[in-house]
Design a protein around this ligand. Sequence first.
Ligand SMILES: Cc1cc2nc3c(=O)[nH]c(=O)nc-3n(C[C@H](O)[C@H](O)[C@H](O)COP(=O)(O)OP(=O)(O)OC[C@H]3O[C@@H](n4cnc5c(N)ncnc54)[C@H](O)[C@@H]3O)c2cc1C
Length: 489
Amino acid sequence: MSKQVIVVGSGNAALCAGIAALEAGAQVLMLEKAGPDLAGGNTKYTAGAMRFAYDSGADLKPLLRDPDDPRLLRTEFGSYTQDKFGADLLGFNDGRPLSPEQDKLIRRSGETMQWLAQHDVTFEPIYSRQSFEKDGRFVFWGGLTLAADNEGVGLFDMEMAAFRRLGGTVRFDSAVTGLVQDNGKITGVRVGDTEIAADAVILASGGFEASADMRVKHIGPDWAEAKVRGTPMNTGDGLVMAVEAGAQEYGLYGGCHATPMDLHMANYGNLDLPHGDRKNYRKICYFLGLMLNARGARFVDEGINFRNYTYAQFGRAVLEQPGHFAWQVFDAKVFDLLYGEYHFHDAHFVEADTLEALIPMLDGVDAVAARRTLEAFNAAVDDQTEFDPTILDGKGTIGLPLAKSNWAQRLDQGPFRAYPVTGGITFTYGGLKVDDAGAVMDRADAPIPGLYACGELVGGVFYNGYPGGSGLTSGAVFGRQAGYGAARA
Ligand SMILES: Cc1cc2nc3c(=O)[nH]c(=O)nc-3n(C[C@H](O)[C@H](O)[C@H](O)COP(=O)(O)OP(=O)(O)OC[C@H]3O[C@@H](n4cnc5c(N)ncnc54)[C@H](O)[C@@H]3O)c2cc1C
């Protein structure tokens, strides 16, 4: 008789787990807290970009929605080796070696993408953001080459279609509120007053980024106020249930991905906006100007590195300032370089012809101190080096206690603009420990019978940041593992 498997959640990790369990012969019921509109969790908010190791463009062809796209003849995907993926992850590990989970993510990333393609999940090259045109050819530069056809919503739709084709069942508006445990073994779940029995339960219900209480408990008091960039549903339910059932907490609970966001955006992401517009609450051009806190002081080296390497950390830096906000200040010289998000119809900013007129408009900021900071900054800018935003130009400040290391230009050309920002949390890094079958480990390092986990719930995959596109791949790798594990146990 086939196994009965329950999957909790309906994002990328849940769907990969469900597809794998069905493939392995189980009957699968997916229980999703949200209604059909918000089902799919953070997965639907993404650009669908997925990072994986590959040796050459030939590995990518079977993944493409349109393998006959004439642009492919003029495209250089290069290679993204497992070693390179490892080096990129190590760059965020604060000196830690690769964890076993990171190692698995790297090794299984390529084969998992091929597996998704076998289930008719298809991808498109990210020409617009990850390649540049050189001598009539498209050259990819960062190892992140493909995104799901129609981004996160497309990924959800294609995976859901595969799940249903294989015979999976989904129930929306069905928040799992507890696990049923019998003699240590998980034998089902509770949805309100109802118990649903299963041979195995796979938790794929995301992290705790949308729970203010859990953010405060694990990350710190400043995080009560954080904006949430994605779904309001990921309140750590699966994590709490698993720990109550004896699971071991694993990974960096104080760690999360967080980005500077418009101070006046809504408290959660908004799926009703078209995809491009959803990103417009993000404000990550601080490297072209300065950030001032309520004390009128700078608090980070805005130009310490390319924004790819700072944007996921500076959300935290902003949130930890007094009042949890900062102002990003620019002059007219860089207006054309500011990303589209700064020109979004809903972007909040103030503008004045002179810095003197702008400073009193910075709500909540000590104006006297702000003026002193701006004057000191302008006086410290290195005039000898040329500004070049395409490289680490070394145009820094001289003699300031807190330097700006690159792209330091005087704020001296009106009009001047300032944008109020806060920190927006994307997802959390702390989670559960799973074994090679995806089973959740207890505090004595033994698997809890009948309990599996995947996706944001798996700890040990990310520490102080991550190379973009790794979250979805992690969900797919660990989701597939949990699906097979639960169906075959
Ligand atoms: C704005 C934004 C952009 C991003 N862009 C990218 C990107 O381009 N590439 C990338 O790799 N990553 C990206 N990420 C990160 C990515 O979204 C996550 O890594 C990934 O989606 C996590 O997948 P998951 O299946 O674990 O969680 P989710 O997709 O969040 O799914 C969790 C599901 O569980 C449900 N749930 C929660 N509690 C319960 C309960 N008690 N009972 C039943 N169901 C429950 C939720 O409603 C949700 O549907 C982005 C995140 C955000 C917020």
